[in-house]
Design a protein around this ligand. Structure first.
Ligand code: GDP
Length: 215
């Protein structure tokens, strides 16, 4: 519901907390386009390199330990997984990209599935693109950003595993990522730094997603 009134950061955080305290259930995993569920809910998709910490972040957001499987085998999950949060928001976990041992054919299959998903999803409000804060933007990340620019899909960069960095290291990486993102038309200007382990940035990201749910 859009009220039109400005929302304070505290109110936004409270809305995010309440939304993510609601039941979140796995809907299905789609390996092919024809398996993607029809949905009228606003949707947010999570993307990132294999091992970026995507499952851990989705689990931290929803406060559940086993919702998204934390994979010890990078590149294994090739399905798009759909989770319904309180009949309010659909969360989509896209398969990780950039797995070192992925063949060219696998990478092309990834790009094909993702591109078709992005194209055929009018309910998609934003892609949350996760970036490992220890590595910053790698070539594949920039390629995905360019793909999203071309598809005119709004996306927001979220740094993961920030507990592994000292504050000055994190500030330097965040500044570099910010500078690159400003050259991309569809990138949201606000970058969120998170740690699934320590919980940093989780309330902020919940607030951001809750605002997308009802605009
Ligand atoms: P995915 O492949 O992107 O789903 O990544 P996972 O969630 O499976 O995480 C990959 C590895 O990074 C696992 O060993 C996690 O324990 C670790 N990891 C994930 N998030 C964090 C974090 O916030 N801090 C730290 N220190 N490690 C993390």
């Amino acid at each position: 519901m859009r009220t039109g009134a400005p929302v304070s950061p505290e109110e936004a955080a409270e809305k995010g907390r309440l939304l993510f305290a609601k039941p979140c259930e796995f809907v299905l995993g789609a390996a092919r386009l024809d398996q993607i569920p029809e949905s009228r809910l606003p949707e947010v998709a999570f993307a990132g390199r294999s091992n970026v910490g995507k499952s851990s972040l989705v689990n931290a957001l929803t406060g559940r330990k086993t919702l998204a499987r934390v994979s010890n085998t990078p590149g294994r999950t090739r399905e798009i997984n759909f989770f319904r949060l309180d009949d309010t928001l659909m969360l989509t976990d896209l398969p990780g990209y950039g797995f070192a041992r992925a063949s060219k054919a696998q990478s092309e299959q990834w790009a094909g599935l993702i591109f078709e998903y992005l194209r055929g999803r009018p309910t998609l409000r934003r892609v949350i693109l996760l970036i490992d804060s220890r590595r910053g933007l790698l070539k594949n990340d920039v390629e995905v950003m360019t793909l999203l620019d071309r598809a005119a899909v709004s996306y927001q960069l979220v740094l993961t595993k920030t507990d592994k960095l000292k504050p000055n290291e994190l500030a330097a990486i965040a500044a570099r990522v910010d500078a690159e993102s400003r050259t991309h038309g569809a990138a949201h200007p606000h970058i969120i730094a998170t740690s699934a382990v320590e919980g940093a940035g989780i309330p902020e990201l919940r607030a951001e997603l809750a605002a997308l749910a009802d605009t």
